[in-house]
Ligand binder design. Structure first.
Ligand SMILES: [Zn+2]
Length: 326
């Protein structure tokens, strides 16, 4: 039996997991990311938690896969994120080799999440699958015939930065009118805050769920209020769902995958988001171009990238993937 370590480094949480060669999750060590701790704090956490899991493993740990929540230079196997202080150009795979003594493969969280769902989650049994992650930003991982489709510049799947409207604001990428400015978790929170300033009486429940401060409204509080039946919150989510449906229809038109798997923090909303997405997909679709692509929620939830990181590690040592078609 071969064991591997999967690591998921995100802006709000990080996770280190011990997996067996069938992708079985044996142990997970996770916590909130201390942003003020920067890169050194995170690396120390990863090193210590990996050491503890390795010590508790019944079999030898053979390799490590790392999912990073930001842009990654795949060729150099280093982080290329400019938004996370201290991480720019950091050779993370090399660090793992030298500090954990494990072969390592690094990828971004959208690709890792896609691979995780394809092998072990809602994408099992599909030939082509697109994983769409909606959280602070929006990304996607394209899986074609069992492999991550990357494109010439490793930029395939950057759906959050498709310009969908001339009317949108400036995006984190510097572009204007990107999908991400309309339906990411950040956009949902901003829309909630807009409502609070214009129609405070309608969003009192959302404000209450945000600790009583309109400026602290998050996507999570909007989603919770919508789940309770709050009209304004439902309306905010419907606006986002309409934009998301547009993006999913673009994916269907370009890729026509077997399945689209919705993941990321916002997708944890479940039906209050998925139901209007399905409704708008129907409305925006064409009566003459039918499709059978399924839209489903992720099965692994917040753990999709961690499972994907384990899958990357298993690929490194040539372990047979369970549940994969290829
Ligand atoms: Zn953008």
């Amino acid at each position: 039996m071969n064991y591997v370590i999967g690591i998921d480094i995100g802006g709000t949480h990080f996770r280190v997991g011990l997996f067996d060669q069938d992708g079985g999750r044996l142990l997970v060590s996770e916590d909130a990311t201390l942003r003020s701790g920067g890169r050194d704090w995170m690396l120390q956490q990863v090193r210590e938690r990996s050491r503890v899991l390795t010590e508790r493993a019944d079999y030898t740990v053979k390799a490590c896969g790392v999912s990073f929540g930001g842009p990654v230079d795949l060729g150099r196997q280093q982080v290329s994120s400019i938004h996370a202080p201290g991480w720019a150009s950091f050779p993370l795979a090399k660090w793992v080799r030298e500090n954990l003594n494990l072969e390592c493969c690094l990828d971004n969280d959208a690709n890792a999440g896609g691979l995780g769902e394809y092998r072990y989650g809602a994408g099992r049994g599909s030939h082509s699958m697109v994983y769409v992650t909606v959280s602070t930003g929006i990304g996607s991982g394209l899986i074609c015939d069992g492999k991550i489709f990357r494109g010439k510049d490793n930029l395939a799947g950057e759906i959050g930065h498709i310009p969908v409207s001339d009317s949108g604001g400036v995006c984190s990428c510097g572009g204007r009118g990107c999908l991400e400015t309309f339906c990411s978790g950040t956009a949902i929170a901003r829309r909630g805050q807009d409502w609070a300033s214009r129609r405070p009486e309608q969003v009192s429940r959302i404000v209450e769920l945000s600790g009583g401060r309109a400026g602290k409204i998050t996507a999570k509080s909007v989603i919770q209020a919508a789940a309770e039946g709050n009209m304004a919150a439902s309306q905010i989510l419907r606006e986002s769902a309409r934009w998301l449906a547009r993006a999913l229809l673009i994916i269907i038109r370009v890729v026509n995958p077997d399945r689209i798997v919705l993941g990321g923090g916002v997708a944890q909303a479940g039906g209050v988001l998925l139901d209007p997405v399905r409704e708008f997909l129907e409305e925006l679709g064409s009566p003459s171009i039918g499709y059978t692509t399924e839209i489903v929620l992720s099965e692994l939830g917040i753990y999709s990238p961690l499972y994907g990181a384990a899958a990357m590690a298993l690929d490194l040592i040539g372990a047979a993937p369970a549940g994969a078609d290829s």
